[in-house]
Design a protein around this ligand. Structure first.
Ligand code: AMP
Ligand code: MN
Ligand code: MN
Ligand code: MN
Length: 284
């Protein structure tokens, strides 16, 4: 049984429509796939309906942008109730702020000489929760940078870069509370990604374990082998479930569906940590 618990559709910054993701996941040899778009639940119904047709299980999820102290971290919520108002309202606020922030980032890019517009960026994002990958795509299209990696540099919209603008987001403790209140189970995404500034220390992880976190993403394309083994033993010591996922973004990242996967026993335990374990869409 192959299980990938972290993927994005075009409802956030992936390039695959949510309704096409399940068939693609099935084709990649997966039995279970979670849709975890950034700060939105909009893809869950189309993906769920398509999953039943494709013959794959779809786990409803979300990846919430949050703050741990003053660093941005990402929290995965699984089996959340998509109608839970405190959660949907908090996500709406974050998305509204993403829109404001995109305008400011485009202004900064323009001030730095890039001829891009907010209209272009909105067109690239479509209905998706707007974010830096969409601005990166506009910078590439305008010939300002050669590729997305160059856009994510200090010169442009990389963390703390001259055109980067922070998001107003929830604290991770608050996000965990919301996920639990919505019946879900919370897992900290890529806590040691080498590419990001937001590296979560051992003590901070222990604190989150005490605040209701169920698991931590260990096998992730941005974690090297040494990082994975360290995190795996840390998770065992803290009683956290060690998950594995691709963080698939379609054509926007090189990661393939199923590149990293979660053990079936871990998945069963994660399901049991939720109060809505049967809320996903099952293949018939
Ligand atoms: P945002 O949520 O708007 O701050 O954008 C963050 C998203 O940008 C992440 O979810 C990744 O998908 C993507 N991202 C972050 N860093 C990089 C990078 N160095 N290269 C390409 N994509 C990145
Ligand atoms: Mn992303
Ligand atoms: Mn993330
Ligand atoms: Mn992600």
């Amino acid at each position: 049984m192959r299980i990938d618990l972290h993927t994005h559709s075009s409802c956030s910054d992936g390039t695959t429509p949510a309704a096409e993701l399940p068939a693609m996941a099935k084709h990649a040899g997966l039995d279970v796939v979670a849709l975890t778009d950034h700060d939105t639940l909009a893809g869950l119904v189309p993906a769920g309906l398509a999953a039943a047709e494709a013959g794959i299980d779809l786990v409803p999820g979300v990846e919430m942008s949050c703050l741990l102290g003053n660093v941005e971290v990402h929290l995965l919520g699984y089996f959340v109730d998509p109608a839970h108002e405190p959660l949907t309202q908090a996500l709406t606020r974050v998305r509204t702020d993403r829109s404001r922030r995109a305008e400011l980032m485009v202004d900064r890019c323009r001030a730095a000489g890039a001829d891009i517009t907010i209209e272009q960026v909105r067109a690239i994002a479509g209905d998706g929760a707007i974010g830096r990958p969409h601005i990166a795509a506009a910078l590439v299209a305008a010939g300002v940078v050669a590729d997305s990696a160059a856009a994510f540099s200090d010169r442009w919209i990389g963390d703390g870069g001259r055109a980067d603008v922070p998001k107003h987001v929830l604290t991770v403790e608050h996000a965990i509370e919301l996920v639990l209140a919505a019946g879900g189970a919370a897992v900290l995404a890529h806590p040691r990604s080498a590419r990001r500034r937001s590296v979560v220390g051992d003590a901070a992880l222990a604190k989150l374990a005490g605040a209701g976190l169920s698991g931590v993403e260990v096998d992730h394309p941005e974690h090297d082998t040494a990082t994975r083994s360290w995190l795996r033993s840390l998770a065992a010591n803290l009683g956290l479930l060690a998950t594995g996922s691709s963080d698939f973004h379609g054509d926007r990242k090189p990661t393939r569906l199923g590149e990293c996967t979660t053990d079936p026993e871990i998945f069963v335990a994660l399901r049991e940590a939720s109060t809505r374990p049967d809320s996903g869409w099952s293949s018939p």
